[in-house]
Design a protein around this ligand. Structure first.
Ligand code: NAP
Length: 309
């Protein structure tokens, strides 16, 4: 690996601008040299209209960061892998489980790092929650992830289309924390999805799950929440209670607030990506997207009122 790792970013939208570019700028081991985006340009780097043009013009790139919507992920990741680049994928790692498995196989054959990032797993209180859980016999887990789609995803047409995940776009963050803090495999028992009559993806979902040892888990995802927003996971172990709030960034244990301990999410993701490249390893955990796929496979779908942005 050259030092720093030279990277090209694809899909210069909200998350690229708000999180990736500042996290790269703050990491001396990574240098952003190019951006590929159809309608946007980034300052201070070479810009291309698409990944193929970027790969053709930048043979020295070490890695590619994919920040487009999931529907565009596979083709871009495949092109980057076949060009011999390490690949960092935003969540969710693809529009389907099978295409991500295909990428794992391609990356292995090309001997490059493939990183399916789950940023919420790096929220500041998640590691502490994982340690608390590891020392206890759990009795139940309840997830409530309710936010206002008009505030957080204004005008994002892709999110309502097939492969866009709808309310599972934020909901998969909760599932990534869940599958990151609970070691036992988790299976989906049932799902109820609510999909607006004029959309292809759900605006709300309720899941019932269980660990392999039978611990019940519920999840409520809803995009119609105005007022206070909820990104909470409550874990019960007998009479003891852990509440992970703010998407994993606040923690109370038995009512006592705990201090956050980790660095913020995107700097931690980049530190992990660099360490994976240095070690010649990949990190692709499909468990969050598998639960979402199971909800689409087996869930009851209820058509609900029209949604307009
Ligand atoms: P976004 O603002 O809509 O940006 C995505 C960019 O990707 C667009 O600006 C677009 O740029 C490019 N793109 C390439 N192919 C596209 C296609 N088929 N449809 C639409 N855009 C396409 O989305 P985002 O919020 O940054 O989310 C991107 C990914 O990051 C998603 O997987 C999301 O789950 C994840 N993420 C988002 C957030 C968040 O808070 N927004 C947080 C964490 C993770 P050009 O038109 O210039 O090509």
């Amino acid at each position: 690996m050259s030092t720093p790792l030279t990277v090209g970013l694809v899909g210069y939208g909200k998350i690229a601008h708000d999180q990736h570019v500042p996290a790269i700028a703050a990491n001396a081991d990574v240098q952003l040299v190019a951006v590929a985006s159809r309608n946007s340009r980034a300052e201070g780097v070479r810009n291309y209209s698409d990944i193929d043009a970027m790969l053709a013009a930048e043979p020295a790139l070490d890695a590619v960061i994919l920040c487009q919507p999931p529907q565009a992920r596979y083709a871009a990741a495949r092109a980057a892998i076949l060009a011999g680049k390490h690949v960092f994928m935003e969540k969710p790692p693809g529009a389907t489980v099978s295409e991500v498995e295909a990428l794992v196989s391609l990356a292995r054959a090309a001997n490059v790092t493939l990183f399916a990032s789950w940023h919420s797993r790096y929220a500041s209180c998640v590691a502490r929650a994982r340690r608390w859980i590891a020392e206890r016999d759990l009795t139940r887990i309840d997830i409530v992830w309710k936010e206002d789609v008009r505030h957080w995803h204004p005008g994002q047409a892709w999110i309502w289309e097939p492969g866009g995940f709808g309310v599972f776009d934020p909901g998969i963050n909760a599932l990534s924390i869940l599958t990151g803090i609970v070691v036992d495999p988790i299976r989906l028992l049932s799902a109820e999805l609510e999909t607006p009559a004029n959309r292809q993806a759900p605006i709300a979902a309720r899941l019932a799950m269980a660990t392999a040892h039978g611990i019940p888990i519920t999840a409520e995802f809803d995009w119609r929440q105005t007022g206070p927003q909820s990104w909470d996971i409550v874990v019960e172990a007998g009479a003891e209670l852990l509440c992970l709030g703010h998407g994993g960034n606040s923690l109370t244990i038995d009512g006592v607030t705990q201090a956050p301990e980790a660095e913020s999410e995107y700097p931690a993701l980049y530190a992990h990506f660099v360490s994976l490249v240095q070690a010649g390893e990949s990190d692709v955990d499909l468990s969050p997207i598998r639960l979402v796929a199971d909800a689409f496979l087996s869930g009851h779908n209820h058509t609900t009122e029209l949604f307009e942005d």
